[in-house]
Design a binder for this molecule. Structure first.
Ligand code: URA
Length: 269
């Protein structure tokens, strides 16, 4: 039989590293819970069902996966006449299963009257905790990037392709992004910006309706329709990518200068 021994500090740190790599980065309680014992025990509803139908199988199937209906999301989003209404609708919306693994809705940040909208991918751990987009490490870099061309959060409005954190910071699936797209579209329609900048591949693919890669597409302005709103949009690299690949900051800088020139030409500076 294997011996149980206490782990030393290095081993404990290795376990924490392993958890973090697996996407477990939030402690939800002080004491350990034996979920295996819990799920093996019959649940009250199951007990009642078994009492009523003694020959029924002991275990009931898990709740079916929640697969939202994009046309329902479109219908709901279209009813919002303001960002506050849209936030309330999203808070009540249960069609996207990401919601049930996230701490809270990450709706938007910045100035709702801004002339520039930035679209990121999805909230991460820090955004999930604070309920605001781009407040973690990549958000700090984004703030510095904006500052370099005279912008800050009073001059832009920031949203994501999905407003709930995907578990373990994975990329949202195309289905999740499609489901949340009516809400993103409505956010942009309600702000009605003069310019849009997308951050990273998934946001670029969603907004530009393309499967091309970000490295090929970045830095090229295109007129796009976001919902019913037509607007020039510029794809650039995601700040998280820049943190991992500092050499690419040169390209991001070129994109920021391009944004600044466009702002100047439209009298938005
Ligand atoms: N990355 C994103 O794309 N969005 C956030 O809000 C945070 C990190």
């Amino acid at each position: 039989m294997s011996q149980v021994r206490e782990l030393d500090k290095a081993e404990l740190l290795a376990v924490l590293d392993w958890y973090r790599a697996a996407g477990v980065d939030l402690a939800v309680g002080e004491d350990p819970v034996d979920r295996f014992a819990k799920s093996a025990a019959p649940q009250p509803a199951q007990q009642a069902r078994q009492a009523a139908t003694p020959n029924a199988p002991a275990r009931i199937p898990a709740t079916a996966a929640i697969t939202g209906d994009p046309s329902e999301a479109r219908r709901l989003a279209a009813t919002a006449q303001s960002l506050d209404e849209l936030r309330t609708i999203l808070e009540a919306y249960n069609g996207c299963s990401l919601k049930f693994r996230a701490t809270q809705l990450v709706f938007a940040d910045g100035n709702p009257e801004a002339k520039i909208v930035l679209i990121g991918e999805a909230p991460g751990a820090e955004e999930d905790r604070q309920g605001k987009p781009f407040v973690g490490r990549s958000g700090q870099l984004l703030d510095r990037m904006l500052g370099a061309i005279g912008l800050d959060r009073t001059k832009v409005f920031i949203v994501n392709t999905v407003p709930w954190r995907p578990p373990g910071n994975r990329t949202p699936t195309p289905e999740e992004m499609e489901l949340c797209l009516p809400f993103l579209n409505r956010q942009v329609e309600l702000v009605a910006p003069r310019l849009v900048m997308t951050l990273g591949g998934p946001a670029m693919q969603t907004v530009f309706k393309t499967t091309s890669g970000i490295i090929k597409m970045r830095g090229r302005w295109q007129d796009v329709s976001i919902g019913t709103h037509e607007v020039p949009a510029l794809p650039t690299l995601h700040p998280a990518y820049l943190l991992r690949n500092p050499a690419a900051k040169q390209q991001a800088w070129a994109d920021l200068l391009s944004l600044k020139m466009k702002m100047d030409s439209l009298g938005l500076s």
